[in-house]
Design a protein around this ligand. Sequence first.
Ligand SMILES: Cc1ncc(COP(=O)(O)O)c(C=O)c1O
Length: 491
Amino acid sequence: MSHPNGHATLEKLRREAIGLNTSYVLANGERTRRIYLDSTASTLRLKVVQEVLDRYLPYYSNTHSVMHFGAKLSTHEYHWVHDMVLKFVHADPQIYTTFFLGSGTTAGMNRVARTLREKRPERDVVLTSIMEHHSNDLPHRKHYREVVHVPAQMAAHSLGCVDLNRMEQALNEHKGRVNYISLTGVSNVTGIINPIHEVAEMAHRHGALIVIDAAQMAAHMPIRMSGHEDSARNLDVLVLSGHKIYAPGSPGVVVTRKDLFADIEPQEVGGGMVDTVWVNRYTISQHFPEREEAGTPNIVGTIGLGAALYALHKVGMEVIAEDETRLINYALEKLSQVKDLIIYGETDPCLCQRTGAISFNLRDFDHSLTAAALNDYFNISVRNECFCAHPYVREMVMLSLAEEAERLSDEELANLAELHRGMVRASFGIYNTEKDVDALVAALHHISANREHYKTLYQRLPSGDYVHNTFKFDHERLFSIKAAVDDLLTH
Ligand SMILES: Cc1ncc(COP(=O)(O)O)c(C=O)c1O
């Protein structure tokens, strides 16, 4: 349920994100405010998160201590965040638990892969999709006999979401052997939203589980793990990264049906998850989340995560989703007007909905040079390369080249393939506005119209990155830990 003042609260959160007003001196000597379009990699920290941490830190204590005041307070709040997570993803606390680990989705996905392999050893196949981040691919490859990468379907002009017919076909081909389908809720490359509940239904019909990589979903749209009228649409496991939901420095999160992690020894052992230890044996706690959280947890990060989730919950994720859908559709429309811009993935919002990210290339122009020029001359922070999703990026680039193949010579095509072996990604968070999109579009128009000029300003390194001929970014003048400590200790 959203707060009645959701829009006003959203406005406050967006204005106050930390780092939104950071300015840099650019290659042309001007100082401007940075435009942060890299939230898919990591979101900025909300001010409310920082202020909650400032209020909490005087009481900081280890949650494994018991009797002193700070320990009681820390332990209570640490557990409150677990409850908040379950509420945030609509997971019934009778059936589901959540635990925190590592610094993002990667740690969670590895834990899930190992645990489910041990829990259901007779099922040695995992289905995933071609759209996945390596973190939702390699852990399954490491622990299972076979991983099937189900393709994305062709929509009107380009690839859309995962192909449901091919998914069903793969389930039939591997009848009785599929442990789980692990699917991204939202692509970190194209922002395309997958029909996760349809896939859940399909998985459950075949006795398989459904695991959702929600790294790119959690900050952008509501998640409903349980409580669907048709319980087959409920999700079994979901993994997300706290640093992608406005709380950098917070842990990775796994939300899972308790029974899937019960009755086997947890993968990680150590302090805090055992009842009693003798020199020749030990008994493991039956309680969640303790049994999955060996060692001292990331307590401070978790408090920050709780603050971020509660703040977003007060706004209402429906309100955020509506706002961001408007922004991404605006961005798609404006970007499609830039001459020679290839946008990857289906762009028709009626056929394929997106949230959070758009990846593109200027035709015949290196993605790395586009990203360098956007940064150095326009103060626009974007990511480039393959975004840890090599198979998906490769497939989309090849598809776009196929359209060119007929009118280009082999040599021209080879050159183009070399330039487009990655992409540029603009990604959005609650703090981005149409003004940011307009600035990106204007910059791309300018770069597109002045390609030769930008090429003369940079040298390409053997790594594929570009360095400016004269402009140097002196980051140590802005910040270094050593200088900050020296300064703080002398003033
Ligand atoms: C869809 C998706 N899954 C998994 C990950 C891995 O997350 P982390 O780096 O937080 O472990 C990412 C990171 O970008 C992602 O976008």
